[in-house]
Design a protein around this ligand. Structure first.
Ligand SMILES: *[C@@H]1O[C@H](CO)[C@@H](O)[C@H](O)[C@H]1NC(C)=O
Ligand SMILES: *[C@@H]1O[C@H](CO)[C@@H](O)[C@H](O)[C@H]1NC(C)=O
Ligand SMILES: *[C@@H]1O[C@H](CO)[C@@H](O)[C@H](O)[C@H]1NC(C)=O
Length: 539
């Protein structure tokens, strides 16, 4: 025992292990974008589409001159000359107001293979609307009324291997449907699992965590357990065990979840893991409504869904978190950011902001995977959002736990600001290791070889180069829909010109179950330092 402690101390001194809270860097990008970022999606032209809801009353940004929205259905303002959606341009750090007519509150979405955002549902007059946004300098939302069969409020969307989307659940909807439909006769499909996981009155199964498994089925997690669904036949092909402890992880006991990075080796993804983190204990939502704010869950469950009979492996985060966001970073780590340490989601129900993000390294031994990061100064509670952008930063915005915009006499005033969190791989000290992609094919065909040329400021350690590809996700309510990261099968990189220019050969993902067609950010990573991404299209 004594010797053991001595050794540990010696080890600590020898390695000068930095305190665990000095990593990462925050910057305020814009003090206000005029709306509170409740939903965010990065588009393949580096613009980010952002919106909250149309019935918040006036926002803090006007629509272009003389444009107003007259909506007899709006519950806050029948004539509204303010915008509730904006487009943010990453490179110029500027915004442009957009016009959305029907209510997009608590909706979902996904990018089509051609990069068009298809966003579905919402509230009130928007609950069955499908909206399409294709980015260009003057573009705006296009809305398709009655695009959905059922009302979808708090539903989850996922892109499918055939390019369609599935929209699952929503308030009091124990079913799913597709968009677009293959025929006008196509009906909704019942999903009993959503009724079974519904906790009386408080739900705890909204915005289910949905991932496309590499076998073509959908992994669906709601409340405290999951199924594997063959959506074509509407058959539950597997039922997974409950997460130990049984506490709920979905809205309003909002935790978050990711499909961990998937390594492709010789055309096969052998290991597929899901990680679910945080949430609120059973009963927390009712307690919060009565003024008692229970401590958030500090546990994560990791499930190897590539195994025939997997069991949850539990891990403990440095702190509890509810309403956190989990984002896959280009180096294959997971960023856990935003949220509070007590209470639940919903109006006025959260407390004690968690200002420190945490990085989870899935490859480290259990017990040493989490590292707390430098804190922000801005609470990001209910209705906050975060997305990865091409240069490796994470945009963070939103937070409005109030029924209307409220900037005074409240615990967590409505946040209109936009910040960026820069993980430590963007530190200036990493500059000499950072690859810069010089060229790559931008059209990736399934299973085909691609050669990527890159440059580094110093001699490359060719064993320490890998290539990742990340799908841009639709983030809202602590879940990033369609998020996935692949580590591509690559050869050794070779120097080709003697001036620190290298080439690495990779094989594009094997199938649309592994990587649905569409846009991805491609990164060359050297010594765990990612390049800026380049957009490629999987087809
Ligand atoms: C938003 O507008 C309201 C009303 O004009 C104003 O009181 C408030 O200070 C503004 N907030 C921000 C962050 O711009
Ligand atoms: C903001 O919240 C406070 C406290 O609940 C309330 O008194 C006030 O009326 C609210 N303001 C607005 C603009 O809703
Ligand atoms: C990469 O190089 C190492 C030796 O440096 C060799 O063992 C390995 O087979 C090479 N890998 C590939 C994919 O060529």
């Amino acid at each position: 025992m004594f010797h053991h402690h001595h050794l540990l101390l010696f080890f600590l001194l020898l390695h000068h292990i930095p305190p665990s809270t000095t990593a990462g860097h925050w910057s305020l990008l814009l003090p206000t974008i005029g709306i509170s970022a409740m939903h965010m999606q990065l588009l393949p032209n580096d613009h980010v589409i952002i919106f909250d809801r149309t019935d918040f009353g006036p926002s803090n940004i006007s629509l272009p001159a003389k444009k107003c929205r007259a909506d007899p259905n709006d519950m806050a303002l029948k004539l509204d000359c303010t915008a509730h959606s904006v487009e943010y341009d990453v490179s110029s750090n500027s915004i442009r107001p957009l016009t959305v007519l029907t209510d997009v509150w608590c909706s979902s979405g996904a990018l089509k293979p051609d990069g068009t955002l298809v966003q579905t549902g919402g509230f009130n007059d928007g609950d069955r609307v499908v909206r399409v946004y294709k980015s260009c300098d003057k573009c705006d939302w296009q809305e398709i009324n009655s695009g959905l069969i059922e009302k979808r409020w708090y539903a989850t969307s996922h892109i499918l291997p055939d390019g369609r989307q599935i929209i699952i659940g929503g308030r009091r909807q124990y079913n799913f449907e597709f968009y677009p439909k293959t025929s006008p006769e196509e009906k909704v499909q019942k999903l009993l699992f959503l009724a079974e996981t519904y906790d009386q009155d408080i739900e705890n199964n909204l915005y289910p965590f949905v991932f496309l498994h590499t076998d073509g089925n959908l992994f669906i997690f709601a409340n405290n357990r999951a199924i594997l669904l063959d959506y074509d036949k509407n058959q539950v092909v597997k039922t997974y065990p409950e997460v130990p402890g049984g506490d709920p992880r979905n809205y309003p006991s909002t935790g978050s979840a990711v499909l961990l990075p998937m390594r492709v080796v010789q055309g096969v993804v052998a290991v597929v893991d899901v990680l679910v983190c945080g949430g609120a204990p059973k009963g927390a939502h009712v307690n919060a409504k009565n003024g008692k704010f229970d401590k958030a869950l500090d546990t994560c469950g990791r499930l190897r869904i590539s195994e025939p009979d997997p069991k949850w492996v539990m891990e403990t985060m440095p702190m509890g978190r509810v309403m956190g966001d989990m984002l896959l970073l280009p180096d294959g780590n997971v960023l856990i950011i935003n949220g509070g340490s007590s209470g639940t989601a919903g109006w006025e129900n959260g407390r004690d902001p968690v200002l420190k993000p945490v990085i989870y390294n899935p490859d480290k031994p259990i017990g040493s995977r989490f590292e707390a990061q430098n804190p922000s100064t801005i609470p990001r509670m209910y209705h906050s959002a975060a997305v990865l952008v091409r240069d490796g930063r994470v945009l963070v915005g939103g937070s409005n736990p109030h029924e209307r915009y409220n900037f005074t006499n409240v615990l967590y005033p409505t946040e209109l600001s936009l910040e960026a969190f820069s993980p430590s791989y963007l530190d200036p000290s990493s500059f000499i290791y950072r690859p810069k992609i010089l060229s790559s094919t931008t059209r990736f065909q399934y299973g085909k070889q691609v050669v990527i040329r890159f440059k580094v400021q110093s001699q490359v350690d060719t064993n320490l180069v890998y290539v990742t590809m990340v799908a841009p996700s639709f983030n809202t309510h602590s879940f990033s829909m369609n998020q996935r990261l692949l580590v591509l099968d690559s050869g050794n990189s070779t120097e080709i010109t003697g001036d620190l220019t290298y080439e690495v050969g990779v094989v594009a993902p094997p199938s649309c179950n592994v990587a649905p067609a569409g846009h991805y950010l491609l990164f060359v990573v050297h010594r765990d330092i990612p390049s800026e991404g380049v957009w490629i299209r999987m087809e």
